[in-house]
Design a protein around this ligand. Structure first.
Ligand code: HEM
Ligand code: HEM
Length: 242
């Protein structure tokens, strides 16, 4: 991988000691904002008092998934779905190889991880959509229950995702968590990396999500589909009376 040479390549071998850039900035901003907003939605799920925060975190999850779907079509090499999403058969083959002690390295996502990612994105979208539909009274109690079941399924997949990331980091001898933060992986050939981090797009995504929080927080009453502050207060009052 990172061959060390005493000759002219020295400078570039030092560069590769930093690792090879595989995750662009938008993917990393998306990932950590998704994890943060999912955690916020989860922590605030049961409380009437925190319902506005729950709803805004849920909408942020939906907006992040929408961005990721778009970026999966036009983004950089390892962000594009066409380059990493494989069927269940490829995922099984990969898992079998891993169990046999062979661990094929992947510059981007491995086929099993890719399947989990598709599941996480789908569950995130469905959880947010069912929460929105229930909140806007588009169905009965069953929608609330469906929302909870979907959220629980997503939590299950997130826990599996965390376990898989840790196990793969050990097997591939590459700190994948650090890679999702810095964008760089160690055990990757330089030609498999990406050239540009696309920082501007990541900054736009960050500002858009912060803006979503700000506008919905300050102007909750006027935005379509959002609970108004008075509605929330009314609900809390109603709840207190129960
Ligand atoms: C809590 C909710 C979380 C969700 C919903 C989630 C979801 C995702 C998704 C959708 C991806 C694909 C990234 C992309 O290509 O866009 C991903 C990748 C990844 N996530 Fe998470 N994640 C969560 C938490 C975490 C946490 C807490 C960690 C670290 C401890 C983590 C570590 C990683 C890593 C290392 C990858 C890249 C895996 C690879 O190398 O193929 N995730 N995650
Ligand atoms: C994708 C992120 C989301 C997650 C992980 C999530 C998670 C949850 C969970 C676990 C519950 C059940 C709480 C309990 O034990 O009673 C819940 C309830 C609820 N959520 Fe979400 N939610 C999300 C998004 C949303 C959105 C976008 C909305 C509305 C626009 C929403 C509105 C609600 C409402 C109104 C309840 C109460 C349901 C009831 O009383 O039966 N959620 N959420």
């Amino acid at each position: 991988m990172n061959e060390t040479s005493a000759f002219p390549a020295e400078r570039s071998s030092r560069q590769s000691a930093r690792g090879v850039l595989v995750w662009d900035f938008p993917v990393r901003v998306f990932h950590w904002l998704l994890a943060l907003n999912f955690a916020i939605a989860w922590i605030t799920a049961e409380s009437e008092t925190w319902r506005l925060v729950h709803v805004i975190a849920g909408y942020s999850v939906a907006a992040l998934v929408a961005f990721r779907l778009l970026w999966g079509l036009v983004g950089t090499r390892h962000a594009r779905f066409g380059n990493f999403v494989r069927g269940p058969r490829a995922a099984l083959a990969y898992l079998k190889d891993s169990l046999r002690g062979q661990h094929p390295r992947h510059a981007g996502h491995n086929p099993a991880g890719a399947l989990a990612i598709v599941g996480l994105l789908a569950l995130a979208a469905l959880t947010a959509a069912s929460g929105w539909a229930f909140y806007n009274e588009l169905g009965g109690e069953w929608l609330g229950e469906l929302h909870e079941v979907l959220a629980n399924a997503m939590l299950g997949l997130v826990l599996l995702h965390l376990a898989a990331v840790l196990v793969t980091s050990v097997l591939a001898r590459d700190n994948l968590v650090k890679a999702m933060w810095t964008g760089r992986k160690q055990a990757v050939e330089r030609q498999d990396g990406i050239k540009r981090p696309w920082r501007g797009i990541g900054v736009v995504l960050l500002v858009a999500v912060l803006g979503l929080w700000w506008f919905q927080w300050t102007d909750a009453g006027n935005t379509v589909g959002l609970p108004s502050a008075s509605r929330l207060a009314g609900e809390r009052h109603h709840h207190d009376e129960d």
